[in-house]
Design a protein around this ligand. Structure first.
Ligand code: SF4
Ligand code: SF4
Length: 391
């Protein structure tokens, strides 16, 4: 977007037919996007001044926790043209990730899994290949097709990797509305999708924003296990299980360990509760097929993975980003909750298996993991625990 000769912002050439040509081009961009696995592509105006006030208020409350990168970029997150000079529009795109092979009653099955103390629950989006690379590559292919049609133009591709207000941009471009859980959702596609953007210096005709359709519903607020959605559209990330199990680096606060249940990487509850997700689309790319049996993994077995196994089995998975120590920390909390549940249910065999898995790591664990193991082993104390009392 910068003229390399002068250093000044450069404007990309328009198609010879001007505005009409751009409208035709947008139709082509949507078709190319569909071929690349995106289920919707829109053009967003990049004036996010209304969203900026909300962002600054959210940061001022400290709701972002230790996601310092959010605070560091401050209002620039709401000003794409400051991030990439010359930007006048964003091409916003959605890619569904719901594994193609799942059952029709997937939401009921996922909710039922949360009651199985032997099983770990990994967020649906993280069961396959790391979406960052997949989306970035597909967005780059889309940009290259545009370039082949109109010649060189200024652009930069983003997906969850830079200080861009993705949901605000996608809302502005009509890909959906921001639900009370703060995620983007759509009447025809639910919310089980990734977002990506291409910031461009071409004045494509912008799509209108979508209308909101949450109405009086508050299912996502009511189901949240940690009451992280403080009020409609207000999320305290410090209480959110997705944040605690993925972004947060230190100890998981004790009051939030029991509500975490068996969710060891992310949390889907607010999306599972959302009625619009009966219209969620299936992934069309094999990248998002389930790997490692992550649709029903045995929690104790995952805890037994060595660091080498963790790296090798999670090659290409988003989970590898949190590292082995945080993985063990999360699993220790899940196992502690599983131990308590096994004791309460009188499942002596499961209680013994969990205790053995935790005990096997106790001597060699890092101080962070060790503290979570100690907490986990203490969960049988005080439980109405025939299975545990028998030992
Ligand atoms: S992801 Fe889970 S913890 Fe976070 S807001 Fe949604 S339901 Fe609550
Ligand atoms: S569960 Fe209800 S309130 Fe929450 S995002 Fe979905 S429609 Fe909106």
């Amino acid at each position: 977007m910068i003229d390399r000769a002068t250093g000044a912002p450069a404007t990309s050439p328009l198609p010879a037919s001007g505005g009409a040509g751009l409208a035709t081009l947008v139709r082509s961009i949507r078709a190319w996007g569909a071929e690349l696995g995106f289920d919707a592509v829109s053009i967003a105006d990049v004036d996010l001044s209304r969203a900026e006030a909300g962002l600054m208020a959210w940061l001022a409350q400290g709701y972002h926790g230790d996601m310092d990168y959010m605070a560091n970029h401050g209002p620039r997150r709401a000003r794409p043209a400051e991030l990439v000079p010359g930007t006048v529009r964003a091409i916003v795109a959605r890619m569904p990730y719901l594994p193609a092979a799942g059952a029709d009653d997937w939401r009921a099955r996922e909710l039922a899994r949360l009651d199985d103390p032997a099983t770990a629950v990994v967020s649906l989006y993280a069961r396959g290949r790391d979406y960052h690379k997949v989306l970035r590559s597909r967005l780059q292919q889309l940009a290259s097709r545009i370039e082949a049609a109109i010649g060189p133009f200024g652009y930069r591709v983003f997906t969850d990797s830079a200080p861009v207000m993705e949901v605000a941009l996608a809302t502005q471009g009509g890909l959906g509305w921001r639900g009370k859980h703060t995620l983007l959702l759509d009447r025809e596609g639910g919310s089980m999708f990734f977002l990506g953007e291409i910031l461009v210096d071409v004045p494509f005709p912008a799509d209108p924003p979508a209308e909101a359709h949450c109405g009086n519903c508050r299912r996502c607020i009511d189901i949240c296990p940690t009451q992280a959605i403080l009020a409609p559209y207000r999320l305290d990330a410090r209480r959110c299980i997705s944040y605690l199990t993925i972004e947060h680096k230190g100890a998981i606060p004790e009051p939030l360990r029991a509500p975490l249940g068996n969710r060891v990487y992310g949390c889907d509850d607010c999306q599972l509760a959302c009625p619009w997700n009966k219209f969620a689309h299936r992934a069309t790319l094999p990248d998002f097929d389930v790997r490692n049996g992550f649709d029903a993994p045995d929690m104790a077995a995952l805890f037994g993975w060595t660091e080498a196994e963790f790296s090798q089995r999670l090659e290409g998975s988003p989970i590898r980003r949190i590292g082995h120590e945080r993985w063990l920390r999360n699993l220790a909390v899940g196992l502690g909750n599983g131990l308590r549940a096994a004791c309460e249910r009188g499942d002596a065999a499961l209680a013994a298996r969990i205790r053995a898995a935790l005990g096997a790591r106790q001597a060699t664990a890092s101080p962070l993991v060790r503290e979570h193991i100690d907490w986990a082993l203490a969960q049988e104390v005080g439980a109405a625990a025939p299975a545990c009392a028998a030992d």
